[in-house]
Design a binder for this molecule. Structure first.
Ligand code: HDE
Length: 727
């Protein structure tokens, strides 16, 4: 069991201690070469006289430059851009009935974890706010070995069979002739592939939804995606789907905002995660499971082995069994976040795989990719990857071997080593695969039960709020608007019309195209094998018996907290100190982070001559980096801000992105300069703010309680249809 220690109130896991053993601190140490010789001059290379050439014998120079030359390793083919953190998983509800994995049976146990979030398509240095799927990979350092749930923030996938994965990734990556565009799916090759791959339609709904532009990595769900198996002590199997539910709720930004954040701070998510953990606001998720008895395998309208389908929560409820807490940032990005190696094949006794053909291909892909990325099979010995449970086997040697194996025996069976290391019986924790009954022919084919490509895409679309539906339509207008080939746009429109005409029609109008008929055969588009009878691949047009699923809409997410939300307070000299401090304290007491923003850096003086340090100005930050804005009163402060175009732009943008805005009554002069002020008058400027998200002090200062409630709503999407703001 992970050893728990309290240090400065922080839980310190056994893995953290393990890593501490290899962590280096250079304080009070001499500078040395890698063979441990102290360096006397790190400023000048060894030369043939003061103005002479550099001597090849300078081993200090050579080592330094050579090491530097090799600092980069190949980036991940997908999920190259990532951010990670350490933490622990604590089990509340035992799943003993279903699994023998101690991770899920010992309640109260804290298992150390390392979690890496990522975007998929972009390179290591690409923007965090790309419209993309987010990876959500969790490595559990359990007592029985490492177990990885290598999931995403979307519960389904583009394709049903692993053999299509290289095609999918080639299509979405920058186009090979000119390596453009970076970290974006809005280009011809991606939509060309999608338009010929009707099975991708459900996933397309998710990636075109706001789920693909999260407000924070801490505010997104995670999913294991595939159906896995749990195996109990009696050897019985149940199917399982894994869910991570964020305690802060699921929230997103607006697309216009996402694009601007990409320019203002392309590390937005990475920084947000880092800062939350550094400030002790540890992100948390509950682990949920949907468990299905083996006997029910064929009771669903879809195939459990088809990764383009989810199990609606209304049909199989999500049972929450424990909590994940991320409480420590990595000490070294490369050694931990970059070198961590996940794999769906990192399984422990009690958890097994299914025949999902997408999962099956992943089982060997990950280990293979680590070989080209990390260069050796000994990557499992890297500190971040090595398990806490002991490793004993006869695998030997290879590049960069760390372990010094003693003795002459490196084979099994052996008698010279006393038979060690020896196999473990199942009762001793030995891994045994589930003895699934197989009686079939070897065949390259797709099961007929995989041919429904639209029912859950329609279910997803139907389950969205009006604003969410509009965002999907707008996202598709944007993406297809960037596609240059008419035939591709038309094929996508045809596929979208099979989901819902109301989805396809406004996009077609925007593109100035008509929707081709999705008659028989039209949907196949060549996504079938050469010798197959196309009839056998014709999509099955069925409807989900469920009209709507609330769990699919972010509208129903918890909206009861402003913890860690960032609030901009716009100030200048002579600000009303009392109003400012009251609001700042109220926001901070509710867990939000309030930052003062002024026309210039340094400090401002309140009307009472108190000095307030200013760390951010309109030049160094932007409205898109905050969740809400407050303008306190104070005659001169208000006059300065009203005359400051950047302050007005800040407010206009916050309004456009549907954020809560508060202003004291005597700060109205600033709001008067905005593009939305007149619409407020129409609304009633003294509306208490809960409907409009604009909180204006009735008599004096804006009401902090109402402002806080409005911020917790996250966004007031209704504004989008009422007022268009040129920001
Ligand atoms: Fe991955 N995927 N993937 N994937 N994947 C990789 O492994 C692959 C898939 C996921 O933070 C690679 O170490 C294949 C589904 C995450 O380090 C690679 C297929 C899901 C991460 C690979 C899939 C994922 C990866 C690249 C289709 C959600 C980042 C670097 C059969 C359930 C892990 C690496 C991290 C990374 C292969 C499909 C999630 C190339 C062949 C479905 C979160 O091995």
């Amino acid at each position: 069991m992970a050893k728990q220690q309290s240090q400065n109130g922080k839980y310190k896991s056994k893995k953290t201690e393990d890593l501490a053993g290899v962590t280096k601190n250079d304080a009070n140490e001499f500078l040395t070469t890698n063979h441990g010789v102290r360096i006397n001059d790190n400023q000048n290379s060894l030369k043939d006289g003061e103005r002479g050439g550099t001597l090849i014998e300078d081993f200090i120079l050579r080592e330094k430059i050579h090491h530097f030359d090799h600092e980069r390793i190949p980036e991940r083919i997908v999920h190259a851009r990532g951010s990670a953190a350490h933490g622990y998983f604590e089990l509340n509800e035992s799943l003993e009935k279903f699994t023998k994995a101690k991770l899920f049976t010992e309640t109260g146990k804290k298992t150390p974890v390392f979690v890496r979030f990522s975007t998929v398509a972009g390179s290591r240095g690409s923007t965090d706010l790309a419209r993309d799927v987010r990876g959500f990979a969790v490595k559990f350092y359990t007592d029985e070995g490492n177990y990885d749930i290598v999931g995403n923030n979307i519960p389904v996938f583009f394709i049903q069979d692993a053999i299509k994965f290289p095609d999918l990734v080639h299509a979405v990556k920058p186009e090979p002739h000119h390596e453009m565009p970076q970290a974006a799916s809005a280009h011809d090759t991606f939509w060309d592939f999608i338009s010929l791959m009707p099975e991708s339609m459900h996933m397309i709904m998710w990636v075109m939804s706001d789920r693909a532009i999260p407000r924070s990595l801490r505010m997104m769900e995670g999913f294991g995606v595939h159906t896995f198996r749990l195996i109990n002590a009696a050897g019985e199997s149940h199917f399982v789907k894994f869910h991570w539910k964020p305690l802060l709720g699921v929230h997103s930004v607006a697309w216009d905002e996402a694009q601007k954040i990409s320019g203002k701070n392309s590390d937005f998510h990475r920084q947000d995660l880092w800062e939350a953990i550094e400030s002790g606001n540890f992100p948390q998720w509950e682990l949920g499971v949907q468990i299905i008895p083996e006997a029910d395998e064929h009771k669903f309208e879809f195939d459990l082995l088809d990764a383009t389908k989810l199990i609606p929560e209304e049909i199989v409820p999500v049972q929450r069994i424990g909590k994940l807490t991320l409480n420590k940032n990595p000490d070294n990005f490369f050694a931990e976040t970059e070198q961590v190696a996940f794999s769906p094949a990192h399984l422990i006794p009690g958890i097994d795989i299914t025949n999902d053909p997408l999962l099956q291909g992943r089982l060997f892909s990950y280990i293979d990719t680590q070989l080209s990325r990390l260069g050796t099979h000994n990557f499992q010995e890297l500190p971040i990857n090595r398990p806490l449970s002991p490793v004993h086997n006869n695998q030997r040697d290879g590049h960069m071997r760390q372990t010094i194996n003693k003795g002459r025996v490196s084979y099994e069976p052996n008698s010279l080593g006393g038979g060690c290391p020896f196999q473990a019986k199942a009762a001793e924790g030995g891994f045994t695969s589930y003895p699934e009954r197989i009686d079939s022919q070897k065949i390259r084919s797709r099961s007929k039960s995989f041919l429904d490509h639209f029912s859950q895409a329609t279910l997803f679309f139907n389950s969205q709020s009006e604003a969410e539906k509009n965002h999907i339509i707008d996202a598709l207008k944007f993406e297809l608007g960037k596609v240059e080939t008419k035939a591709i746009r038309e094929r996508v429109l045809m596929l979208l019309s099979c989901i819902d005409k109301a989805l396809a029609t406004p996009i077609a109008t925007y593109l100035g195209l008509s929707i081709p008929s999705a008659g028989k055969g039209a949907l196949l588009n060549g996504s079938f094998p050469a010798d197959a009878n196309p009839e056998d691949y014709q999509p099955v047009m069925v409807k989900s018996s469920l009209e709507k699923s609330d769990a699919l809409s972010m509208e129903h997410t918890p909206k009861n907290s402003v913890a860690t939300r960032k609030i901009a307070i716009l100030v200048a000299d002579d600000v009303d100190e009392k109003a400012l401090l009251n609001m700042q304290h109220a926001l901070e007491a509710a867990g939000a982070v309030a930052e003062l923003i002024a026309p210039k850096l340094g400090s401002i003086q309140s009307a009472n001559n108190t000095e307030f340090p200013i760390m951010k100005s309109f030049l160094t930050t932007a409205s898109v980096l905050y969740d809400a804005v407050y303008v306190p009163g104070g005659t001169n402060s208000v006059a300065t801000l009203a005359a400051e175009p950047d302050a007005i732009h800040f407010l206009n943008e916050a309004f456009k992105h549907c954020k809560a805005i508060a202003a004291d009554k005597d700060a109205l002069q600033v709001l008067e300069e905005t593009a939305f002020y007149n619409s407020l008058n129409e609304e009633d400027p003294e509306d208490n703010g809960m409907n409009t998200g604009i909180v204006i002090g009735a008599d004096g200062a804006a009401d902090s309680n109402i402002f806080i409630k409005a911020i917790a709503q996250h966004r007031f999407w209704d504004r989008e249809k009422q007022v268009k703001v040129p920001a």
